[in-house]
Structure formats: structure tokens, C-alpha cells
Ligand binder design. Sequence first.
Ligand SMILES: Cc1cc2nc3c(=O)[nH]c(=O)nc-3n(C[C@H](O)[C@H](O)[C@H](O)COP(=O)(O)OP(=O)(O)OC[C@H]3O[C@@H](n4cnc5c(N)ncnc54)[C@H](O)[C@@H]3O)c2cc1C
Length: 223
Amino acid sequence: MKKQHVIIKSIRHITHDVLQIDVEKPKQFRFVPGQATEISIDKEGWQNEKRPFTFTSLPHEDYLQFIIKTYPSHKGVTNELLKLKKNDELILHGVFGAIAYRKEGLFIAGGAGVTPFIAILRYLRSKNKIGGNKLIFANRTKDDIILKSEINKLLGRNFINILSDEKVRGYSHGFITEGCLKANMTEVHKNIYVCGPPPMMDAIEKFLANLHVDKKTIVKEAF
Ligand SMILES: Cc1cc2nc3c(=O)[nH]c(=O)nc-3n(C[C@H](O)[C@H](O)[C@H](O)COP(=O)(O)OP(=O)(O)OC[C@H]3O[C@@H](n4cnc5c(N)ncnc54)[C@H](O)[C@@H]3O)c2cc1C
């Protein structure tokens, strides 16, 4: 795909460090829920600084949406995104991604690793096919949980939150453990979808191997 310039329609914080950015959708633009694109900022010195971000809007919608955790300390692209406003321009460089929905399963996300699952769950809701899908979502604190109330509505009791840095009533405390995975996997969960930072991914893959989960049933992407 050749690069495409798109205008920002809206940009706002949805948590203390996460932006939701809606941009115009180029004509004939195609992707499947779970896929990502490389984005750069159309501003001097930043046009060639590309970073991958996942579409959280649905393919049939007439805009593209991204949900982006920002890291001011990296002084990189996400820090620059914090300075943008409506009508500024981004550049999209191609569509790719390892995560695509197969069948019902257990989704395991850490932080911004939830974005491909947001796209997939929104897509399943649009088709009335949420079924027994379940999400285990690991974050540092309650305030870091992205789209908590929307995911609650989508999944109800199948939305499990774990907080590592905060003890809060009604939330599990600590990291995702082998026991936690075992307790949350049932007959329905024939596919396992994992997305998050590399150390979390390594730990989860080890646990899944210990639980004799067939590697072929695991769909994963490190953020
Ligand atoms: C397929 C895919 C899809 C993704 N989708 C999303 C998404 O939808 N939403 C989302 O939020 N994220 C997503 N990510 C992650 C996202 O791409 C990164 O968070 C983003 O690239 C960070 O860009 P950055 O320029 O701000 O910082 P970086 O590129 O991480 O860092 C810029 C520079 O800062 C320095 N640096 C790196 N780490 C640190 C550190 N810990 N402390 C200080 N300095 C540091 C380095 O010198 C580095 O070159 C996705 C990743 C992949 C692989």
C-alpha cells in the first residue's frame, strides 16, 4: 500500500495516558479486525518515524480509530501525538498484523495489548457473536484499564481484571499466573489469543506450555 495522508477528526484522552484518535478513512481502505498499520506524523522531522498501531474502528465504519498509550519519557512518536489537535495530519504506511479471530477463545492482554481484542470484540458484538469469549486483562492500576465500561458491557462476567500495583476491592491483585489461566480456561476456549509486552508474553507462553495447550491454538503478537 502506498502511504496515505489522513486528517485527524478528533483526538482526546480516554485514560490518563491513553489517546483515542479518529481519522478520516481513505477510499477503498481495507483491513480486518485485529490488524495494524504503521503511522507517522506529518510534521517536519517526524514523517519517517513510523510506529505500529492497531485499528479499533470496524472495517465498515467511515473513519479509522486508534487507541494509543503514550510514553512521554521515550521522547518518541507517542509523545509527539500528545501535541496534535483536530485537523493535523498523520501518515499511514501499510496494513499488517498477526492477530485475527478464529473461533471462541480466551483473550489475554496486558495494557495497550488489548487494542486488537477491542477491535475483534466490537466486531463480534456487531455480528451478535460474542458467545463465551473471555478476556483476562492485566494492568498496573484501575485507572490504567482502557475502555473498562465498554468491555464490561461486552463481556460481563467474562471480563477478568488483574492489577499488579494496586489492591482494589473486586479486582484480583498481582500478575497473571498459571493457576489463573487454568481456572479461566474451559471447553469453550479452544483458541488462546495473547497480546502484551514481551515479558508478559514469555510468562504466558510458558504457563500455556505447562498446561499442555497446543501451540497451534495460540494467536499472539508482542507489543
Ligand atoms: C503490531 C503492533 C500493533 C500495536 N498497536 C498498538 C496500539 O494499538 N496501541 C498502542 O498503544 N500501542 C500499540 N503498539 C505498541 C506501539 O507501537 C509502541 O508503544 C510505540 O511504537 C511506542 O512508540 P514511541 O515512539 O512513543 O516510543 P518507542 O519507539 O518505544 O521509543 C522511542 C525511543 O525511546 C527510547 N526508549 C525506549 N524504551 C524506553 C524506556 N522504557 N524509557 C525511556 N526511553 C525509552 C528508545 O531510545 C527509543 O528509540 C503496537 C505494537 C505492535 C508491534
